[in-house]
Design a protein around this ligand. Structure first.
Ligand code: SF4
Length: 389
């Protein structure tokens, strides 16, 4: 029997944060219900829609049990709970299910007691908060809608409603962030004691307004106040030490959990287990194929309304790319990879690929297990670049 994860993309936000490189948009509230209706149609009709789009689900999907659901975005907590409930209802009608984890990404300022109660009633049992920082200056500079006070208020409401599994996201590298403000954000997080923490280092690329400005030396989005790469690496290392001292298990490069609160859903991505993504821009992996829906929400809704799934990328996973994924995704997990198992599965020898990395102290090898060197996690990108040469 196969366990299956379902991801639902809600690509709407109240504003666009300056560092955001996701395909999300600010739309009128009237667009929410038609979008949710399209997602429900995709969920209910996925088999026919996939067939028409050239996607073949392996036989084991016939008996798959959905045990994790993840509403990501965007800001899914903007939706009325009734709309979220409709999508959960469509999943329950369309798949065998035994939910162990139903996650909702939420922005702190969108949380109300009424919504939190309705989320619990709809079987949402995990909330992932886009906290990013406890500094109002950093939040304001990046266009976030919430302020420090909203974080305490929202966390209290969720606990009151009975949500026992809360995750906080922090970003290392926001404009105006200093070693002191970073320590303070970590300290406040520690006081609130979420079950799970994700720490991301600011991504600088052309996909966000801030990233573009950093690359082109502009001034509008406070690019000049972004900490240096070395400072960001220091912040990440400070988080590793601080969260470790608090007893969090560092299980993936960017993720920590109190023991037993590791994200069941996200582990599926790193372990190459199957998941189906619904909604605009959602990605899916069946074990043999990967595909993504069209990013544009209006185009997605229009296509679904005419009975067509707008697939933008559909690729069959070759043995070569499966091997690369095993290495790249597997090494993100701090437990590392079992090289012997992978060599046997793919009929390859991997010793040479790790020799230089081991000599440079970037990875450690114990018997068959290779893992990123704990002291060099902040430069893990170097390892991946070397590994894929
Ligand atoms: S709330 Fe999240 S998804 Fe929305 S614009 Fe900000 S960073 Fe992007």
């Amino acid at each position: 029997m196969m366990n299956l994860g379902i991801y639902v993309q809600v690509p709407f936000c109240q504003t666009k944060c300056t560092y955001c490189n996701f395909h999300t948009g600010v739309v009128s509230l009237g667009r929410f219900a038609p979008y949710v209706e399209a997602v429900c149609r995709e969920i209910r009709g996925h088999r026919e829609l996939y067939r028409a789009a050239g996607i073949e689900l392996p036989a084991e999907f016939g008996s798959a049990i959905v045990d994790t659901v993840y509403f990501g975005g965007g800001t899914p907590s903007l939706l009325e709970p009734e709309l979220l409930g409709r999508m959960i209802g469509a999943i329950r009608q369309s798949f065998s299910n035994e939910f162990i984890e139903v996650t909702l990404e939420a922005d702190p300022e969108t949380v109300t007691a009424e919504k939190a109660e309705a989320w619990v009633a709809a079987r949402i049992n995990r909330v992932s908060f886009g906290v990013q920082s406890f500094s109002d200056q950093e939040l304001a500079a990046t266009g976030r809608m919430h302020r420090r006070g909203d974080i305490y208020r929202a966390a209290g409401i969720l606990r009151q409603a009975g949500i026992r599994n809360i995750s906080f996201d922090l970003i290392a590298g926001l404009p105006f962030q200093t070693a002191e403000s970073w320590r303070e954000s970590l300290g406040e997080l520690g006081k609130l004691g979420p079950e799970h923490v994700s720490v991301y280092v600011l991504e600088v690329d052309e996909g966000s307004r801030l990233g573009l400005e950093i690359l082109e030396s502009g001034t509008r989005y406070s690019a000049g106040a972004v900490p240096s790469d070395d400072a960001m690496a220091d912040f990440y290392e400070a988080a590793c030490a601080f969260l470790g001292d608090l007893g969090y298990h560092h299980y993936e490069i960017s993720n920590w959990a109190k023991p037993g609160s590791e994200s069941h859903h996200n582990l599926k991505y790193w372990r190459r287990e199957s998941y189906l993504g619904f909604g605009a821009g959602a990605h899916s992996f069946s074990g043999s194929q990967r595909w993504a829906n069209a990013h544009d929400a209006a185009a997605y809704v229009g296509a679904i309304e005419t009975g067509r799934l707008p697939v933008e990328q559909l690729e069959t996973v070759t043995p070569e790319s499966a091997l690369e994924e095993e290495l790249f995704l597997g090494l993100r997990q701090l437990d590392g990879i079992n090289v012997g198992r992978i060599e046997k599965k793919y009929g390859v020898g991997l010793g040479k690929r790790f020799e230089a990395l081991e000599a440079a102290g970037l990875v450690e090898r114990r018997g068959n297990v290779v893992r990123l060197a704990p002291a060099r996690l902040s430069v893990s990108n170097e390892v991946f670049v070397e590994l894929m040469r």
